[in-house]
Write a protein that binds this ligand. Structure first.
Ligand code: ADP
Length: 577
């Protein structure tokens, strides 16, 4: 009753465990999903902050450069040149990026509507007029339309600085501060990129800076990442700027925008004003309303995550985490199943051992009872004639042998489990088998003939003769016990595939073995249903001993059985050739 309940309890335990693991799996999945979304948001915010920092850090020196050259144009060209020389020296001395300024021009509107260009020569401190060079034509067009708020050209990059008129008739014109793009590309961008976008938390990003008006003109590129697909962040760089970082989580798309521009508010340093949808970064005050209007953005920045995009990186992160957590759950489940299986095995072994003790005791009881009653009869003087005394002697001897055989079996099993290698010697099979079969036959209670068929060219085998005889006798005794009074034994050489083997087969024509019992046949203490129900004598040790012996000799044992028709057990041993 107790045993019958076990599988039910076990099944519900397994079901509860599987259910728990399932719930845990779902929770883990959801949890990692939520974490993934939070991670994506965090990455977008961080990238937005870093990109804004980068754009601001480019804005800052340009703003200071423009501010430095806001000056009083009064006193004619010589006075202007003098002031320019002074400002130029101050700029060189104070700027962290003096190399950013490549050339300085004065653009003066003429009464006839034309624009006169003069270049400032810092060494001589003079303004020297010159014809408009081809490269500066876009700037001439710009200055010609300055009243219509045109877009400043991106190539060549420069900063226009208006010179404020002193009277309505005064038309002092502009300064054009040309920027050194090589310096920006080789010194300014790499240094700022390292500070804002390529270190620490952002080390997984690739950067690309191109000319605003020509995306094919690459000024700076970090990493060899692919440039396909939309970037995670874009920014227009220059005096002022616009930073955009797009987030796509699920169906939602959010774009964080920061606009950098000079403002009429008097502030001396960069500060951030936040509104709900848009952040406005207020630049250094330029003190000039005209200058504040000028938005010069010669460069464009793209930032991409190395995984393709932030979403792809988060998806990868999610997959990795899901893999690890499901791996752990699987391990947990596997360990629980293993634990259950081994607990079941241990219980079965314990039950088998109990059955073994009961079987052995039962086996001991019968011969002991016979020996004791024979001894009692002899002691009581019931036996009078010699013939009867001989019969008693023979009976005691036979039962004594059975006891010895049983004890021997138990000892052999114990010996096999200590793994002592068998003492092997070359055996001539034909004489050995004839002797062994005859000796075994004598242990049968009733005489049953054994049909022996041996091949002529049997090779020798290297074996422990005692162990091999015990194993064969086990098979023959089983054929005797479970057969129908006929036993066959064959020995043949099997050399068709692999190393040559000698096959020793014991056949019977008994009831056979049910298919569900076949896998357990060689387990120690296993006894078939029919054997148990018919209370056949046996301990369930015989076949496990046969298998132990076969394996210790480098061989194996096989069984073929057809219920109702009989069984055949074959012992394979390596031939000694
Ligand atoms: P035992 O014979 O002592 O029970 P064994 O280990 O020799 O133990 O055999 C284990 C079981 O295998 C037997 O209980 C029996 O059910 C089954 N068995 C073994 N040999 C045969 C056979 N020749 N025919 C049918 N059943 C067999």
């Amino acid at each position: 009753m107790f045993e019958a309940k076990k599988p039910g309890v076990m099944a519900s335990l397994v079901a509860v465990l599987a259910g728990l693991l399932g719930v845990l799996g779902v929770l883990q999945y959801r949890w990692i999903g939520t974490l993934g979304e939070a991670e994506a948001t965090r990455m977008h915010r961080m990238l937005h902050l870093s990109t804004t920092g980068f754009a601001g850090a480019i804005y800052e020196p340009l703003g200071r450069l423009q501010e430095r050259f806001l000056l009083d144009p009064g006193g004619g060209e010589a006075a202007l040149a003098e002031r320019l020389a002074l400002r130029y020296q101050q700029w060189r001395a104070s700027s962290t990026h003096p190399g950013l300024l490549s050339a300085l021009y004065h653009v003066a509107p003429q009464p006839d509507g034309s624009l006169r260009l003069a270049r400032f020569h810092p060494e001589a401190g003079t303004l020297v007029p010159l014809a408009w060079p081809e490269a500066l034509v876009p700037w001439r067009v710009y200055f010609a339309h300055v009243g219509e708020a045109p877009v400043a050209p991106a190539t060549p990059p420069g900063l226009p600085v208006p010179l404020l008129p002193r009277s309505a008739a005064d038309r002092p014109g502009f300064l054009l501060l040309l920027l050194d793009e090589t310096y920006a590309a080789e010194t300014l961008f790499p240094a700022l990129a390292r500070t804002y976008l390529l270190g620490g938390d952002n080390s997984d990003y690739d950067l690309l800076i191109t000319a605003h008006d020509d995306p094919a003109r690459v000024l700076f590129q970090s990493g060899a990442g692919s440039l396909d697909g939309s970037p995670d962040a874009t920014a227009l760089l220059g005096l002022g700027g616009r930073v955009e970082v797009s987030t796509r989580s699920g169906n939602n798309e959010e774009t964080l925008v920061t606009i950098l521009r000079s403002d009429s508010v008097e502030v001396s340093d960069l500060e951030v004003r936040a509104t709900e949808t848009e952040r406005v970064l207020v630049g250094p005050s330029l003190g000039s309303r005209a200058a504040q209007g000028a938005s010069v953005q010669p460069w464009r920045l793209e930032v991409r995550h190395r995984a393709g995009s932030i979403e792809a990186a988060v998806a990868r992160w999610r997959r990795r985490n899901l893999g690890v957590s499901f791996g752990i759950l699987l391990l947990l489940g596997g360990a629980a199943v293993l634990l259950m299986v081994s607990a079941r095995r241990a219980r079965r072994l314990a039950a088998q051992q109990m059955a073994f003790v009961a079987g052995v005791s039962h086996e001991l009881r019968t011969p002991l009872a016979v020996i004791r009653s024979a001894a009692e009869n002899l002691a009581d003087g019931v036996v009078e004639d010699l013939a009867q005394a001989r019969r008693y002697g023979a009976l005691v001897d036979a039962e004594g042998r059975r006891l010895s055989a049983l004890v021997e079996q138990v000892l052999v099993l114990a010996g096999a489990q200590t793994q002592t290698p068998p003492a092997r010697e070359p055996l001539d099979l034909a004489p050995f088998l004839e002797g062994a079969v005859a000796r075994c036959q004598r242990t049968f209670e009733q005489e049953v003939p054994i049909e022996l068929r041996l091949d002529d060219d049997l090779p020798r085998v290297r074996a422990d003769a005692r162990a091999l005889e015990a194993a064969l006798c086990n098979l023959l005794s089983n054929a005797y016990k479970y057969g129908d009074g006929w036993i066959g034994m064959e020995a043949r050489l099997q050399a068709d595939a692999g190393p040559p083997l000698v096959a020793l087969t014991v056949r019977d024509r008994g009831a056979g073995i049910p298919a569900d019992e076949l896998p357990h046949l060689f387990e120690p203490f296993f006894r078939g249903r029919a054997a148990r129900e018919a209370q056949m004598r046996g301990s369930g040790l015989g076949l496990s001993l046969v298998q132990n012996m076969a394996e210790a000799h480098g061989g194996r044992v096989d069984v073929e059985s057809t219920p109702g028709r009989g069984s055949a057990f074959t012992l394979y041993l390596p031939a000694d050739v």
